[in-house]
Design a binder for this molecule. Sequence first.
Ligand code: BES
Ligand code: MN
Ligand code: MN
Length: 462
Amino acid sequence: MQNIKSYINTHQQRFIDELIALLRIPSISADSTYKDDMLKTADAVKNSLKDAGCDHVEICETDGYPIVYGEKIIDPNLPTVLVYGHYDVQPPDPLDLWHSPPFEPVIQTTDLHPDGAIFARGACDDKGQMYMHVKALEYMTKHDVLPCNVKFMIEGEEEVGSENLAPFLANNRDKLKNDVILISDTGMIAKDVPSITTGLRGLSYVEVEVTGPNRDLHSGLYGGAVANPVNVLTKMIASLHDENKHITIPGFYDQVEVLSDAERAEMAKAPFSLDAYKKALDIEAVYGEEGYTTNERNSIRPTLDVNGIWGGYIGEGAKTVIASKAFAKISMRLVPHQDWDEITQLFKSHFERIAPKGVKVKVMPHHGGQAYVTPIDSIGYQAASKAYEETFGKTPIPQRSGGSIPIVSLFEQELKSKTILMGFGLDSDAIHSPNEHFGIWNYLKGIETIPWFYKYFTELKT
Ligand code: BES
Ligand code: MN
Ligand code: MN
């Protein structure tokens, strides 16, 4: 593995150019007008796996977008690493807030990325991080240092809930058989503070619809005399938190995992600057559940947030109208032991119960998934930790993330293996936001670190 650094030095421009080519294809899974681009991206990923040394690659059809599969089996008696990633990206809107078009990648320096960062939708989440694995495989096969078997499963529906991946897992248990699952789709604390993600939050995502009168009404003729769905919806939503920012849905916290004081003290050791946090977001104060720190609020505690809300007139100027309907999209981030189906049900019955007379309420569940935690005494974690020590010169810090990759808990259920989350993004990389980017340093560091994981995992496993 010693020459991985020089291999990266020699080939870094090509690594960057190849990623840029992949980022040019707008693989937006949420928007069906991009179907052809989705298929084009799957094909490009398949070809890249072939070029990197996979012996067998295929496009696996699903009821939705295809899953790209690739493998290199060097000896069935050796351990197998299954790499998961996703080639789909979030919609780029609002477009006018991007400094350069989201699918025309440019390299720009920033304070945190003096070596430059690639700005494009998907640069970090997840094309850039997924592609690190492809290039790491290329290095290992070219130098004949791949120490174990490898399988790749790159899907195209992560950003829309991975609905077709669950049946794919159930129907392909043998094909996907592995000793550990490796994912780069999370972040790390800072470039000089490497960390390994040991937890992901679960998710329940719902859409609500409040209907009042059967048509939009003149707000003078009818105002004050009938329930206004927008007024009602906002009041209902406001009532979902109390003055301590606790969620008011009965039973919501019943199953929540309670961390010991010792565990919380351990978490608090991770370096964190509240001032830098506020400054990065241009806020004067943080906000959240009483009794918990910022890092606890965004990782070990469940939350409820409106992701979008609409209804009535939002065009230019003023129109005096009481809308017939109002809508909102709401996400609840969940923690270990909370069951997402059950939480969805609790939300639905509570929301229907608090609706005042004069409106009808519909709650439509979207997607969701369970939270995930991984122990740090596993072989997989130990191998990852040693890999970071090799390339960062420091022991990485275990850290729970607030984000969700719902499929990870299903991997454990269906494939009976643990997932190691080696993320190389930074929180400031603006994933899902305008001007998403991925540092070139981070990209190359990921490529450098991954082969060490294979080496140590194989050594510890055999
Ligand atoms: N890669 C992210 C999740 C993530 C990012 C976890 C950073 C930890 C740190 C993933 O692509 C994502 O966006 N997940 C969604 C859920 C999904 C069902 C749409 C999320 O967390 O909102
Ligand atoms: Mn992702
Ligand atoms: Mn994402």
